[in-house]
Write a protein that binds this ligand. Structure first.
Ligand code: UDP
Ligand code: MG
Length: 325
């Protein structure tokens, strides 16, 4: 019989937790697999941690990890995957936008031989049109520039096999985009379609700025195409500038025309300064990522965790190495 680890990253979702737990735990009844539920408290400042303590006391296969502060959704998901010991690992949001009742279907596909089973959104209820449009664009542009076969319109709600989870253990970059990493690992993938529900309670922790930052992590983490685009842009601008210069010189020498057009000149200078700042900023983003990565800080700090969970991912990597020798 297989063990399935369910990872739930949580940031201030106390109001959702009771209903989430009832719905999550009820999937156990109709399925032969065993489960471990790993709740990851990402530095919540509501009653989340107290509720997790009570869950742990009430049910023996409930475990939790609690961070010393808010490290972000990607770090919380990473911590869950790092500590999971199941043959398959499912990541699901705490706000009940992803229906726990779909998990048996994901497991079914996994048993048919797929190592990654992602839940693909057919519909997104209760999300505004800007979120839907920007997210629709993001998936398509990302696919184009990253050369990674990442499925369109899928969130983090998915099942991964142990072999994929082990590979993720070795990817320790700071600015993470886990959906991209999972697709990057490869293996056989398939989709299960579902309708994304409204949030059970509270508001999304991702506003437009946070969403854009995550999109930037995705683009810069998986592609150097942005650098190439500005390079090509630079070449085009140089080409036209040389032609313009040629025309001005010819007009001056052969037709004795006065050089006019301060407005044109000023706007050209402003435009080129803008382009240069943009390019410098873009390069800076890549350099910044090299810098944070070279600092080699941990991705998250655990303040408290269930006794039954393995301690730290380094220990797991050591075990893995020994198993391979
Ligand atoms: N979350 C987290 N840390 C954060 C932000 C969010 O662990 O810093 C959790 C959150 O509690 C939820 C999941 O990540 O379970 C997805 O977050 P949210 O629902 O706000 O994102 P959305 O569904 O709007 O993209
Ligand atoms: Mg949500």
């Amino acid at each position: 019989m297989s063990l399935i680890s369910i990872i739930i990253p949580i940031y201030n979702e106390a109001k959702c937790l009771e209903t989430l737990a009832t719905r999550l735990f009820s999937i156990e009844k109709n399925i032969e697999e065993k489960f471990e539920f790993i709740f990851v408290n990402d530095g919540s400042n509501d009653e989340t941690l107290d509720i997790l303590h009570s869950f742990e006391k009430a049910k023996e296969n409930v475990k939790f990890i609690s961070f010393s502060r808010n490290f972000g959704h990607e770090a919380a998901t990473t911590a869950g995957i790092d500590h999971a010991v199941g043959d398959a690992v499912v990541v699901i949001d705490a706000d009940l936008q992803d229906p726990p009742e779909l998990i048996p279907e994901l497991i079914q596909k996994w048993k048919q031989g797929y190592q990654i089973v992602y839940a693909q959104r057919r519909n997104r209820i209760g999300e505004n049109s800007i979120t839907k449009l920007t997210s629709w664009m993001f998936y398509r542009v990302f696919k184009l520039v990253s050369h990674i076969d990442m499925p369109l319109d899928t969130g983090d709600f998915r099942l991964i096999d142990r072999c994929v989870a082990e590979q993720l253990l070795t990817c320790r970059e700071q600015n993470r985009f886990i959906r991209g990493l999972i697709s990057w690992v490869g293996y056989k993938q398939c989709a299960v379609l579902y309708d994304r529900d409204e949030r059970f309670s509270g508001r999304s922790k991702y506003n437009l700025i946070k969403r854009s930052l995550l999109a930037m992590d995705a683009f810069l983490g998986f592609s150097t195409v942005p650098l190439r685009i500005v390079l090509v842009f630079g070449i085009i601008i140089c080409f036209f500038s040389i032609i313009m210069l040629g025309i001005i010189v010819v007009q001056r020498i052969f037709f004795a025309m006065p050089m006019e057009g301060y407005a044109l000149l000023t706007s050209a200078i402003f435009f080129l300064s803008g382009v240069q700042l943009f390019v410098m900023g873009l390069i800076g983003e890549y350099v910044g990522r090299i810098y944070t990565h070279s600092q080699n800080r941990p991705l998250y700090i655990i303040a408290e965790q269930s006794e039954s969970l393995p301690k730290g991912y380094e220990a797991r990597i050591e075990l893995l190495k020994k198993a391979k020798v």
